[in-house]
Design a protein around this ligand. Structure first.
Ligand code: TXA
Ligand code: MG
Length: 318
């Protein structure tokens, strides 16, 4: 079937209260009509996601946005102008009509306009905003190809739209306008520096703050294999006899023996590294290793999002 027809079919499914996996520029989402609480409940069930973890609502126009939020601060408006469609999610005060299941009962709703043409067409044809978490089982890595979704959730979703590998590869940046000062809740596809160049300094959520949502849990975005982020070659003895894989940022120069090495970006480009991150971890995870050693990347621009995901993947905490 042609892509247009598949999108049409997917939109019919959404309108009837079904659930569809679809590509965005960041990761694949698992979507339902944001105004249909029963459909949204199925998304939670399929993902085995706790109900206290609110979803991001995806829109294709300003009109959609106005159906969801009661007020748009001028700084939020500026960011919308500059970054939408794109990997920036804004948390804004919600309208009463937005179902509690979408927002976990919070007075705010997270909204973004994705850039992927398939996502935009799907939202337009469905004639409703689409609530969608990443299309993976809760706590696991987000999918960046349709095959990833098929492997993990295949039979449980009504349709999977294939839009190729995701260009950005890490989830959207989440910025909250719930309080006076905008606050970064999750680093992601739009670098913090670019946001600050438009609205000035932004508060960054510290890890000591109360956990609002599981995306902020220390251990999240995690593969099955233990991941070690801070390690040293001096400890090589401790790794002897173990089956170890290496997640390298650039070309590795190491003495340890690895079963497999994944290089995120030979030329050290953070964009390329982000785009490859989840697929590379999945390939390593599939080898059933004892351990994955991960290399740090520079913590600037997209490197902030990459390091955030690596820290969570390697965290021992629940
Ligand atoms: O790139 C992305 O953002 C992808 C694609 C599919 O759009 N979506 C995604 O969704 O990463 P998900 O469900 O994996 O992460 C959504 C996170 C929640 O875990 C929570 O941290 C935050 O968004 N969130 C949603 N609503 C919120 C709210 N009202 N207040 C604070 N945080 C919220
Ligand atoms: Mg997720």
């Amino acid at each position: 079937m042609k892509q247009d027809e598949l999108i049409h079919q997917a939109a019919e499914i959404i309108k009837r209260g079904g659930i569809v996996a679809f590509p965005t520029e960041t990761v694949y989402g698992l979507g339902a009509d944001a105004f249909n609480p029963l459909a949204v409940a199925r998304v939670f069930e399929v993902k085995q996601r706790p109900y206290f973890d609110p979803l991001i609502v995806h829109v294709a126009s300003h009109r959609d946005l106005n159906h969801l939020v009661s007020e748009i601060p001028s700084n939020a408006e500026k960011l919308i102008e500059r970054f939408w469609p794109g990997p920036l999610t804004l948390v804004l005060l919600k309208r009463e009509e937005v179902p509690d299941i979408v927002t976990s009962g919070l007075p705010t709703v997270a909204v973004r306009m994705p850039k992927h043409p398939v996502a935009l067409s799907l939202i337009e044809e469905s004639e409703c905003p689409i609530a969608a978490p990443s299309a993976n089982p809760f706590g696991y890595l987000s999918p960046t190809t349709a095959e990833h979704v098929q492997e993990q959730l295949g039979d449980q979703v009504d349709l999977i739209l294939d839009g190729g590998p995701c260009e950005v590869g890490v989830e959207s940046t989440i910025l909250s306008f719930a309080e006076k000062t905008p606050k970064l809740l999750r680093p992601g596809g739009v670098p913090l520096e670019e946001i600050e160049s438009i609205i000035g300094q932004v508060e960054v959520r510290s890890n000591k703050e109360k956990i609002l949502a599981p995306g902020m849990l220390p251990r999240h975005y995690a593969p099955q294999t233990p991941v070690l982020l801070h390690w040293s070659e001096k400890n090589a003895e401790a790794y002897r006899g173990k089956r170890i894989g290496f997640l390298a940022f650039q070309e590795p120069r190491l003495f340890l023996k690895f079963i497999h090495i994944e290089v995120l970006s030979k030329k050290g480009d953070l964009r390329e590294a982000a785009a490859n991150l989840f697929s590379a971890i999945r390939r390593l995870d599939a080898l059933k290793l004892d351990l994955i050693l991960a290399e740090s990347v520079p913590e600037a621009g997209l490197g902030r999002a990459i390091m955030d995901r690596l820290r969570r993947a390697s965290s021992q905490g629940e």
